[in-house]
Design a protein around this ligand. Structure first.
Ligand SMILES: C[S@@+](CC[C@H](N)C(=O)[O-])C[C@H]1O[C@@H](n2cnc3c(N)ncnc32)[C@H](O)[C@@H]1O
Length: 319
């Protein structure tokens, strides 16, 4: 498909989720049987970061602490969350951040946060009363997620599942009103298969929120830094242990994979369309409020959207 065209105005679509009580008990039962969950709950996830083979999905055990410092403790994390919250609350009536003041969403959703890491976005949704299953292959990321959920007072609504998305139990099929897969596609070996797997967990008419790392943005960064050889060689690998994704994605390829799935695109936004290009790192914190509001304003306008370090595509499953 061509670049997904965001509809001009917010769409109000009623969810057809099954009874939440039934779904919640199913989720709890399955999770209590899960070994990773038991380990996370008893705070005994003992992992020693291992050397990773190149041909497997990237486990963040050795990156967990750097990820928090480099992404969520900075303005770039705030921009990421602001764009996602804006997109979801505009198109998913049940995900309105406006209800947060009351504490509970009018209609709680069941959400799968696939490769959810330390849970920053899960927590934001759980605060509204939504029920989240956060799945990750990294025990270190889950330990931080557990800590963050406890601190945020939402540990009872965020269920941690330790293991690959691809091995989630079949009983989760068609169970989730909203499936999130944020900043994971660029770390997995078989992205198209992952998308198919994820969609199977979505309920009929469920929402699918995907972000992926945009290869054109890393090309631009290297061009601006005069790293021409990297662009000539098409080689954007970071140093060992860096947070530069293993497989930056070509947006047109991702849009094509999505077009092959039973999905209707709702909106498409660039995340950090200019922030990461600010040449002097010390200037990246200048005027944070102005940056945030400009990022929000430009995120759906071309050419800015296509320059985003990440691209967010929100879609809805067609029956
Ligand atoms: C860049 S982090 C993103 C975390 C979170 N989604 C966010 O946006 O903050 C990527 C996460 O995906 C996890 N991951 C990678 N491949 C995975 C897989 N096949 N199954 C589950 N988690 C996976 C990593 O361990 C890591 O925690």
């Amino acid at each position: 498909m061509a670049t997904p065209k965001p509809p001009c105005k917010p769409k109000k679509i009623a969810l057809k989720a099954k009874s939440l009580c039934v779904e919640q008990s199913t989720v709890s039962a399955e999770l209590s049987a899960d070994a990773g969950q038991r380990a996370a709950k008893s705070k005994k996830i003992a992992t020693k970061p291992k050397k990773q083979p190149a041909d497997v999905d990237r486990n963040f055990d050795d990156l967990a602490h750097r990820f928090k410092r480099n992404v969520y403790d900075r303005l770039k994390g705030d921009i990421r969350l602001a764009i996602l919250e804006r997109d979801l609350s505009e198109f998913i009536p049940e995900a309105s951040w406006a209800v947060e003041a009351d504490g509970v969403a009018a209609q709680p959703m069941k959400i799968l946060d696939a490769g959810g890491g330390q849970g920053q976005f899960s927590i934001s949704l759980a605060r509204q009363g939504h029920e989240v299953v956060l799945c990750d292959i990294s025990a270190e990321m889950l330990k931080l997620a557990q800590q963050n959920c406890l601190e945020a007072g939402v540990a009872d609504r965020v269920h941690l599942h330790h293991g690959p998305i691809q091995s989630l139990p079949a009983s989760y099929r068609e169970q989730f009103d909203l499936v999130l897969c944020h900043a994971v596609l660029e770390w997995v070996v078989k992205p198209q298969e992952l998308l198919q797997t994820l969609l199977a967990f979505s309920a009929p008419q469920g929402y699918f929120s995907l972000t992926f790392y945009n290869v054109n943005s890393i090309m631009m960064k290297n061009l601006l830094r005069t790293n021409f050889q990297k662009v000539i060689d098409d080689d954007y690998k970071g140093y060992r242990g860096s947070l530069t994704p293993t497989y930056p994605r070509e947006p047109e390829a991702v849009y094509q994979w999505l077009a092959e799935l039973p999905l209707e695109p709702l909106c498409c936004s660039g995340i950090r369309c200019f922030h990461d290009y600010i040449l002097e790192p010390k200037h990246r914190m200048n005027e944070p409020q102005q940056q945030l509001s400009l990022e929000l304003r430009l995120s759906r306008q071309e050419p800015w959207r296509s320059l985003g370090r990440y691209i967010h595509v929100l879609s809805q499953k067609i029956a």
